[in-house]
Ligand binder design. Sequence first.
Ligand SMILES: C[S@@+](CC[C@H](N)C(=O)[O-])C[C@H]1O[C@@H](n2cnc3c(N)ncnc32)[C@H](O)[C@@H]1O
Length: 311
Amino acid sequence: MHKSVLLQEVIGGLGLKDGATVLDGTFGAGGHSAEVLKRFPDARIIALDADNGAIARGQEKFGGKISFHNSNFRNLDQVLKQAGVERVDGIILDLGLSSDQLSPPAGGFGRGFSFMKDEPLLMTFGSNGNMKENPSPEVLTAADVVNDWEEVNLEKIIRGYGEERFARKIARGIAERRKLGRIKTTADLVEVIENSVPGSYKRGRMHCATKTFQALRIAVNDELGALSEGLKKGFEVLKSDGRMAVISFHSLEDRIVKRFYREKVKEGRAIFPPKADQPRAEIRKPITASKEEIMINPRARSAKLRIIQKK
Ligand SMILES: C[S@@+](CC[C@H](N)C(=O)[O-])C[C@H]1O[C@@H](n2cnc3c(N)ncnc32)[C@H](O)[C@@H]1O
């Protein structure tokens, strides 16, 4: 079961009022949306997720209380138009993967997000894992990237998106291995990575495939491109005094959010919101999880929450 990160900090930080309209761009298991409804039962929530499995589970759980849309948040403008909503009071983007996506749905197949299981190398958010192979050839999968991209580009994404110091060796290893036949599953890829990195790295605290898997997932879903587009479109649909809360788990994502917020403040179109207990102080720095939260949810360790308020 997915445990929501920084739940109280997000909902408190959005400064919502009764009857608020909220766009949850990353519905997942619905933890943040559920908390909005708990505190503001009259809130109108428009929930998006690129994963149709997350949307189906949400519809079952929340029924008509939330308006659900199986869409990437980079298309939030179209979704709002379709829902007949012009402006919103709050936006939540809780980036990345939900824990539910690490386990295959009942009767289905996992999508290869985890290096701990042997699954097809898909890594796409946009499918619920109920298939063995990628159903439509136009959807980019992790298997396409590792088998078809040039070695130099593989190295670039593994280093850039994974911040992996052995990117060159891993890219080389992939290029050599695929000469023998397609790399089809997560186990195939883990084997290649293990054979490419030094023994000391393989025996380290972190699994040696962690960073490469993260890099592939970011590339396959164009996560940084979607974030930049989602931030721009999200900011435009905020009402005056409306707020946007973004949780990121990766330094590249956090940098994009930080720069975007600074730019909007510099343009005079936004402010950093005041702290609830010290109205004269602004929340400029990212909000991170408490020790207690990290103890019960280790995923919270790398979470950074940034909030901005439109003028
Ligand atoms: C960390 S989970 C969200 C968890 C949720 N806030 C909760 O409390 O249960 C991220 C979710 O966002 C979805 N997602 C990631 N990037 C997306 C994008 N660009 N557009 C729409 N959904 C996205 C994933 O499919 C996943 O279900």
